[in-house]
Design a protein around this ligand. Structure first.
Ligand SMILES: [Zn+2]
Length: 443
């Protein structure tokens, strides 16, 4: 899916998403008995510990060695459930379990998932399976409700397996009329802020959600709800939505194209987005505008300023403003760490003074609009932490704030029939729902 961003609020979005995710994980695990995720010991006979011992409809992606090959059948295992706390790391966690440090190295070195253990986060869950002499036989790691990695001892090393759990998806509808706040009205309709932000992202190119929302605006959404073992675990995709803003109605549908890419389109098959974000960073203020006759703050002489400086705290994520390819991710004295993206034949965007690069951002790599390509910093010739952003059309610098942004590509003609076939039923469901709501309101 193309991660469209909400330019004025993507930081908030990131925060909300993170918060939403954390509180969700915590909520899920604190619903149960309080001590369950501190340290609980369960005695298990090995025979009752099959390869995939997590409830739910899961599949093992790779064959797993049987426990019988590791230990005699009669040996008893202790299972300990640990939830990662703020400030924790795996070394500490192992130490507290009395597991020798060399086991950590073996876990991290295990192929192909060992490196994932470097990314543990508060709220993530571990289950340690240990023999009664405290030998680690298996480590199960859940970074999220739908993902489980298992590391099983084979001799003196570990082998990692991925167990994926497929949630059940059901469709649901929501409607809300806005009185003064989009978020408050959405909450009243039972939607969380992260979900509302996703809705706003779809329409962000047509509606200014900061300035243009009026009371009486309303929306209708058809979306997925995800369940695991009959328990609601979160929202899935927004399948179709209509937003009525100041009397104008905008409709969007999710379409997965023949290449498997998800994006939102209007009923005619035109993309809901533009090809570029207006600003690639959440900025507190513009510290220097596009100005071809600027006096440089460091060198005190006239030097054209061919971009815009967005002042922002160091570490603020910088987003690829459009789909493209990394043509440069390197460092010079003047630019500091910088990234240059090529978007098709005509367009180039440049991002300067980064504190660091986004994960996997290297020359030749493809990036998606909204993907994090780096973080704001003050490397190179910079007086304070900011992003210097340039937008070039056919090799000529344009003002990123005023340049006319091209439309994102519509559904290709050869795919229109498929699009219509898949999208019309969704629009119909949404219209039927809207009619019901309106009838109910009239009564
Ligand atoms: Zn600048």
């Amino acid at each position: 899916m193309k991660p469209n961003q909400f330019p004025r609020a993507h930081l908030l979005l990131t925060g909300l998403l993170t918060l939403g995710l954390c509180s969700f994980v915590i909520a899920k695990f604190t619903d149960d008995a309080d001590d369950r995720f501190t340290t609980e010991s369960v005695l298990l006979d090995l025979a009752t510990l099959p390869a995939a011992d997590v409830s739910g409809s899961e599949t093992l992606s790779t064959p797993s060695p049987t426990n019988e090959s590791i230990l005699p059948r009669s040996q008893v295992l202790v299972e300990r459930h640990i939830q990662v706390k703020p400030g924790d790391n795996l070394a500490n966690i192992l130490k507290r379990q009395g597991i020798p440090a060399q086991e950590l190295q073996r876990l991290l070195a295990s192929k192909p998932f060992g490196s994932r253990l470097n990314g543990i986060f508060p709220g993530h869950n571990f289950v340690f399976s240990l023999t009664d002499d405290n030998t680690l036989i298996k480590l199960a790691y859940s970074p999220g409700p739908l993902e489980l990695l298992e590391f099983k001892r084979v001799g003196t090393s570990f082998v990692g397996y991925e167990v994926t759990k497929e949630p059940e998806r059901t469709t649901a509808y929501k409607h809300a009329t806005i009185d003064h706040s989009l978020f408050v009205s959405s909450q009243r309709a039972g939607l969380d802020d992260a979900f509302t932000m996703r809705l706003a992202q779809i329409f962000q190119w047509d509606i200014d959600f900061v300035l243009e929302i009026r009371s009486g605006d309303e929306f209708y959404i058809l979306f997925e709800e995800l369940y695991l073992d009959d328990e609601f675990i979160g929202y899935g995709k927004i399948l179709a939505a209509e937003f009525v803003n100041q009397g104008d109605s905008y409709r969007a549908v999710l379409y997965t194209d023949a290449q498997g890419e998800d994006d939102y389109y209007d009923p005619n098959g035109d993309s809901m987005r533009k090809a570029f974000l207006r600003a690639p960073v959440e900025f507190s203020r513009i510290s220097s505008n596009f100005n071809l006759r600027r006096v440089h703050p460091l060198w005190k002489r006239t030097m054209p300023h061919r971009g815009i400086d967005y002042s922002a705290p160091s570490g603020t994520p910088i987003l690829a403003s459009g789909d493209g390819k990394v043509v440069r991710a390197s460092r010079t004295k003047a630019n500091g760490n910088y990234v240059v993206l090529q978007h098709g034949e005509q367009f180039v965007t440049k991002y300067l003074h980064l504190s660091k690069f986004g994960r996997g951002v290297r020359k030749g790599k493809k990036v998606k609009q909204g993907q994090i390509i780096g973080y704001v910093g003050a490397t190179g010739w910079a007086t304070g932490s900011h992003l210097h952003y340039e937008f070039l059309v056919n090799g000529v610098h344009q003002n990123p704030r005023t340049v006319k942004l091209p439309e994102a590509l519509p559904i290709p003609k050869r795919e229109l029939e498929r699009f219509n076939k898949l999208s019309r039923p969704l629009f119909t469901l949404l219209s039927n729902y809207k009619q019901q709501i309106q009838l109910a309101l009239v009564r």
